[in-house]
Design a protein around this ligand. Structure first.
Ligand SMILES: Cc1cc2nc3c(=O)[nH]c(=O)nc-3n(C[C@H](O)[C@H](O)[C@H](O)COP(=O)(O)OP(=O)(O)OC[C@H]3O[C@@H](n4cnc5c(N)ncnc54)[C@H](O)[C@@H]3O)c2cc1C
Length: 409
């Protein structure tokens, strides 16, 4: 493994840095800084997507013919790393990072021509309808019914935890078209406009108070068969393909940024011995442990990337990275809450930029904020981060994958 960037890679890094200096406005950096979860403020995220799109960098991982960049794996990593280090708000993953790849691989020419350019501009904004109340980790148990009726499928059932269903104008769904021998068979992948009659979205209030996830109800919803992606009854193939794109990115640098800013914050706080919290040996040791883990995570990301770029199978690396990344993030948000002290107990979402509306909260008329920006954001981040070990395949499921792949259990 060669950890040194080549001169061409360094030149590319500098080009990305110049672009970020010129285009990442203070408002967008603020949105990144005040994000309470992996889902930033929707408007800021879309504004950043438009800026990236104008430069041709909104969907670098797509094939070039559809608007992607002809970058090496290392260039992709450098781009992710630099945008993360600069504090850019994240883009919503469901369209560009997820369903678009499935459309490229399984879509008809008509589907590709309609969806791909519109996903890039943000005109089409997707949410993901996989999970159901009785089908999460065991996704193939899904039961949302789609009955064949001439040119249409008629869908009835419900999807749950659907992130950004209130913002989205399209949803990609897995539905049950047949009951066959294996539960993975008889599933179909469909694309449904959210304004189709019979769809109702009910927001779920999370522990953080935010309403980013939803339950979506479908009552006799008519979906034209031309909206099926792939073949009827063979949606599991599409679903599995898409899941390969759900994880990834530069997690190590993201957590390094979090650890560095936490160190700066702890330096301004009074610790138990009267000096700076950062000088408290117990706190400093836990922060150092987290910082070292973030570096280890980045090295593992390099190693995985090196294996892939040399045509090797990285094995269950995505599972290892997911577990390490989410557990480390939880460790850091816990430390940040501790560092925020009593101010971190105050619930003040008006001082943050959550990824969705906040329920039952009236901001003080004078906009008063107790403590500093980072203290205000700490509690919501802490609560939101508990979800990291659940979504995108729970960490227990990832451990099962590792046990099977490396231990043969
Ligand atoms: C913030 C957030 C956003 C989400 N966004 C979306 C979205 O946009 N679209 C979407 O479709 N879904 C979304 N999800 C749903 C997510 O994919 C599911 O929550 C996840 O798959 C787990 O399913 P479940 O909640 O039904 O838990 P269950 O599958 O019921 O699991 C409950 C517990 O049992 C454990 N468990 C289950 N099976 C096993 C096993 N075989 N071995 C060991 N332990 C096991 C799990 O790890 C977990 O701890 C989101 C979830 C969250 C929290």
């Amino acid at each position: 493994m060669d950890l040194d960037w080549s001169p061409a890679d360094l030149a590319f890094r500098d080009e990305v840095r110049r672009f970020l200096d010129e285009n990442l406005t203070p408002e967008l950096r603020r949105a990144g800084r005040l994000s309470t979860s992996v889902y930033p403020d929707h408007e800021a995220s879309m504004e950043w997507q438009h800026i990236l799109h104008a430069r041709g960098w909104a969907a670098p991982a797509w094939p070039v013919e559809y608007g992607g960049c002809d970058w090496s794996l290392i260039q992709h990593y450098i781009f992710d790393r630099e945008t993360t280090l600069a504090g850019a708000p994240a883009l919503s993953p469901m369209g560009i990072r997820m369903v678009a790849h499935a459309i490229v691989a399984f879509g008809t020419e008509e589907q590709k021509a309609y969806f791909l350019p519109r996903i890039l501009t943000g005109e089409v904004f997707f949410c993901q309808g996989y999970s159901e109340p009785e089908a999460g980790s065991d996704l193939a148990s899904l039961t949302m019914a789609a009955v064949d009726d001439g040119d249409d499928l008629v869908c009835t059932g419900s999807k749950i935890w659907t992130t950004h269903a209130t913002e989205a104008n399209w949803i990609f769904c897995l539905v049950r078209t047949s009951k066959l021998e294996r539960k993975q068979q008889g599933i179909t992948f469909v694309l449904i406009p959210m304004d189709t009659p019979g769809i109702e979205v009910r927001p779920l209030v999370m522990t953080s108070g935010e309403q980013v996830q939803n339950q979506v109800f479908f009552d006799q919803v008519r979906v034209p068969k031309k909206n099926v992606l792939g073949r009827v009854d063979d949606g599991w193939t599409v679903a599995k393909y898409l899941l390969n794109f759900e994880r990834g990115g530069a997690l190590g640098p993201m957590l390094q940024v979090l650890a560095e800013s936490l160190a700066a914050q702890a330096n301004t706080q009074t610790g138990p011995n009267g000096g700076a919290l950062l000088d408290d040996p117990a706190f400093a040791a836990r922060l150092a442990d987290a910082r070292i883990r973030a570096d280890v995570l980045e090295i593992l990301e390099y190693r995985t990337m090196a294996a892939i770029s040399h045509g090797k199978n990285p094995g269950p690396a995505a599972s290892t990275l997911k577990i390490l990344g989410t557990e480390l993030s939880q460790q850091l948000t816990e430390l940040a809450l501790e560092a925020a002290g009593p101010r971190g107990r105050v619930y003040q979402p008006h001082a943050t930029m959550p990824g969705g509306p906040v329920a039952d909260f009236t901001a003080p008329e004078d906009g008063y904020v107790s403590g500093e920006e980072w203290q205000a954001v700490a509690p919501q981040r802490y609560f939101n981060d508990r979800a990291g070990s659940i979504y995108a395949g729970s960490n227990e499921i990832q451990r099962n994958i590792i046990a099977k792949a490396t231990l043969g259990l």
